[in-house]
Write a protein that binds this ligand. Structure first.
Ligand code: NAD
Length: 257
């Protein structure tokens, strides 16, 4: 078996949430480069249009859709538009997420809810929308949730984020168990510190220098370090994998956080 064939995504339709920046942007480009028709879903449509044009220039196919993952009608409309253009979505990359910092002792209800509603509630309802459509279309499919090593270990100042990602890891297993009978695989990636917009300022500061020093590989990750895990879980290469968590962190959790 040749790797190119094993990981080929020709004929698949992939929807990536939060595709306007960071990891989502990279995931969309990688899926398209490997043959998938890609639906880019995020709130900033102008940035998505620009990415769709870049993917088209590379010979791929992409559709840009404004979508707020915390609004269920917005999510349903995005899947509807995706299906009308490319056919049923068979790969979902549940990537949209936020990571504001803050001390737990002073955290207000609104700040807490905002993180949980984006990182956990929305991840569930987007996965549910995808799965209901996969069941109706009898296509099966692959759902990849973006968790975090902070769902396994913790640091100070990110209580709602860590709780949301721990919840997402357990949700991944629960959905995998319920949806395996429909040939819908649900897996998660737990990245360590990967340099993107979500953390650029933080990692550029003194805390970042200390984190880099503590990482067993002595570096932060880059978005492309996740390409292999993404393609494994999204493609038929991972066809007997479900409920798995793939950690991509340079050994960070082995060292404690
Ligand atoms: P990012 O801030 O660059 O990207 C997050 C994306 O989610 C953005 O495009 C943003 O617009 C989108 N988004 C946020 N709220 C949304 C909403 N309500 N509706 C639609 N889109 C929304 O961050 P990133 O580093 O690319 O993170 C992507 C995912 O990976 C997140 O779930 C994050 O928690 C996870 N992650 C990142 C790291 C890292 O070090 N970068 C590590 C572990 C996990």
């Amino acid at each position: 078996m040749r790797a190119q064939k094993l990981f080929d995504l020709s004929g698949k339709v992939a929807l990536v949430t939060g595709a306007s920046s960071g990891l989502g942007r990279r995931f969309a480009a990688v899926l398209a480069a490997n043959g998938a028709k890609v639906v880019l879903a995020a709130r900033r449509k102008a940035r998505l249009e620009e990415l769709a044009a870049a993917i088209a220039a590379d010979g791929g196919q992409a559709l840009a859709l404004a979508c707020d993952v915390t609004e269920r009608e917005s999510v349903a409309a995005a899947f509807q538009a995706a299906e009308a253009r490319f056919g049923p979505v068979t790969i979902l990359i549940n990537n949209a997420g936020i990571a504001p910092g803050g001390a737990a002792l002073e955290m207000g209800q609104e700040a807490w809810r905002q993180v949980l509603s984006t990182n956990l509630d929305a991840a569930f309802f987007v996965a549910q929308e995808a799965a209901q459509r996969m069941v109706r279309a009898e296509t099966g499919g692959a759902i990849v949730n973006l968790a975090s090593v902070l769902g396994l270990a913790v640091i100070k100042g990110v209580a709602p984020y860590a709780a949301s990602k721990a919840g997402l890891i357990q949700l991944t297993k629960a959905l995998a168990l319920e949806w395996a009978r429909y040939s819908i695989r649900v897996n998660a990636i737990a990245p360590g510190w990967i340099e993107t917009e979500i953390n650029a300022d933080f990692l550029a500061g003194p805390a970042g220098a200390a984190i880099r020093q503590q990482n067993p590989m002595r570096r932060f990750g880059k978005a492309e370090d996740l390409d292999g895990a993404l393609l494994l879980l999204a493609s038929d290469a991972g066809r007997y994998m479900t409920g798995s968590l793939v950690t991509v962190d340079g050994g960070q959790v082995l060292a404690g956080s």
